[in-house]
Ligand binder design. Structure first.
Ligand SMILES: [Zn+2]
Length: 382
C-alpha cells in the first residue's frame, strides 16, 4: 500500500510493488514502444481495437507489416501494460544517404512536434497520461493497483523518450523538450547521426553529442544507450554521470550483431544500476532469422526465446534485477517478425507461465514485469 514519507511525499514502497504482482494478473511496464510513429506514419488510430486497425490495412501494400500490427491502447489495457516508455522518433539524413529520414534537422524537429501533439490528443481523450516525476509515477501505479477501477477505464501512462537526437536542431532544444515532459534520450538510431553514429555504423560521439550529454546531466535525464556504436557506448558511459538504461537490447553472445550488448557492456550496465529491456524483434532474438526473408513460425521462434537472453544477463548479474521488457513491438515490424505465439502485445502476460516453467520465482517475475523499471525510475527521479 502507499505510505506517506517525509514532506508529505507519497512513496510506492516494496510492499506496494509486490501488490502489483499479487493482483489477478501482474502489471507490465514496456520500456520501448513507437506509438506516435505508428499513429502518424502508419496512420493507425491506436485508440481503436487491434482487429479494426488490422482490418483497415487488409489491402494496403505500402509497408511490409500492413495488417500485422500487435499494439493498440485497448490491447495494452487487456494485457495490463499500464505504463510504457513511448518515443518520439525522427531522423535527419544528409544528402546522399540511402537511409530514410528528413532532409533537415528543422523538418525532423517538426515531425517530433507532430508526434508530441498526438500524445497530447490521447491525453485529452483520457487514453493516456504523461508521467514525468515521482509523484506522477506513484499516483499512476496506485491507480493500476486499485481493483475498484476497471482496467478498461485506466489510462496508459507514458514516459516520453526521444530515440535518436537528430531532431534537436541544437542543444538548446533539449530544454524545450524537457519542458514538455521529455525524460529519456538516446543519442543515435541507425547509420550516421548528428549527435552520435548508430546501429550498423562505427565511431565515437560527435562534439554535439558530448555537449548534449552535458545538458542532459544538468537536467538529470535518462540516457538510453540503445543504438550506440561500441565506441559510442564506452565513451557515453565514461562521460555521462546521470541515470543510464538500455531500453531495448538483447545479448550479443546469442545474436552476434553489433546491435546487441556484449558481456562487457552488460557488466558495465549492471555496475551502473541500469536495467536492460529485452526486445521481441525476431532478428534480435534468434541468429537464424533473416530480415524480410525468414518466417518466425517456420523457425519456431517463440516468446520463450527471449528468456535465453534474460537468463544470460541474470547469470552475469547473479540476480534478476537488471532485466525487463522493452518489446519494440510494431517498431517497423509486425507479426511477420515477432515470435509466432505473440499475436498481440496483450500476450506479454504469457511470460508469467513461461518464466515460471523456466524456474523463475514470483519475485523474479515481478522484477521483470515491473519492479526493476519502477526501482530504476524511483532512483532516477528521487
Ligand atoms: Zn530502436
Amino acid at each position: 500500500m502507499l505510505t506517506r514519507g517525509g514532506e508529505g511525499k507519497v512513496v510506492f514502497g516494496p510492499a506496494a510493488i509486490r501488490n502489483l504482482y499479487n493482483m489477478n494478473r501482474p502489471l507490465i511496464i514496456d520500456a520501448h514502444l513507437d506509438l506516435a510513429m505508428n499513429a502518424l506514419e502508419w496512420n493507425r488510430d491506436l485508440s481503436r481495437p487491434l482487429d479494426e486497425i488490422r482490418l483497415r490495412e487488409m489491402h494496403m501494400t505500402d509497408k511490409p507489416d500492413r495488417g500485422k500490427g500487435t499494439v493498440s491502447l485497448p490491447e495494452l489495457r487487456k494485457g495490463r501494460i499500464g505504463l510504457v516508455v513511448a518515443t518520439q522518433l525522427s531522423r535527419y539524413t544528409p544528402p546522399g544517404s540511402a537511409l530514410a529520414g528528413w532532409h533537415s534537422p528543422q523538418q525532423a524537429w517538426a515531425m517530433t512536434q507532430g508526434q508530441l501533439a498526438w500524445y497530447r490528443e490521447m491525453e485529452a481523450l483520457g487514453e493516456m497520461v504523461q508521467i514525468t516525476d515521482l509523484a506522477g509515477l506513484n499516483a499512476h501505479l496506485a491507480l493500476w493497483e486499485d481493483a475498484n477501477v476497471a482496467d478498461d477505464n485506466k489510462p496508459i501512462g507514458y514516459i516520453l523518450s526521444l530515440e535518436g537526437a537528430d531532431s534537436f536542431v541544437d542543444v538548446s532544444y533539449l530544454r524545450r523538450a524537457y519542458d514538455y515532459g521529455l525524460r529519456a534520450v538516446g543519442l543515435s538510431h541507425f547509420g550516421p547521426g548528428r549527435y552520435a553514429p548508430g546501429t550498423k555504423s562505427r565511431g565515437p560521439l560527435t562534439s554535439l553529442g558530448l555537449e548534449l550529454l552535458d545538458e542532459m546531466a544538468r537536467l538529470k535525464l535518462i540516457l538510453d544507450v540503445t543504438h550506440l556504436t561500441d565506441e559510442g557506448f564506452d565513451q557515453a558511459l565514461a562521460y555521462y554521470g546521470g541515470p543510464v538504461w538500455a531500453s531495448h537490447c538483447n545479448v550479443r553472445k546469442l545474436v552476434p550483431t553489433q546491435r546487441q550488448l556484449t558481456d562487457e557492456q552488460i557488466r558495465q550496465l549492471i555496475n551502473r544500476g541500469a536495467v536492460i529491456g529485452g526486445m521481441l524483434d525476431c532478428w534480435a532474438m534468434d541468429i537464424r532469422f533473416i530480415d524480410t526473408v525468414s518466417d518466425p513460425w517456420q523457425l519456431d521462434i517463440r516468446l520463450e526465446r527471449l528468456v535465453d537472453h534474460w537468463d544470460h544477463i541474470c547469470q552475469l548479474a547473479g540476480d534478476s534485477l537488471h532485466v525487463a521488457i522493452g518489446s519494440d513491438l510494431d517498431g517497423i515490424f509486425g507479426t511477420e517478425q515477432a515470435p509466432w505465439d505473440l499475436g498481440s502485445i496483450a500476450n506479454l502476460q504469457l511470460y508469467e507461465g513461461i518464466l515460471s516453467a523456466r524456474g523463475y520465482s514470483g519475485e523474479d517475475i515481478s522484477n521483470i514485469f515491473h519492479g526493476n523499471w519502477i526501482r530504476f525510475l524511483q532512483n532516477a527521479w528521487s
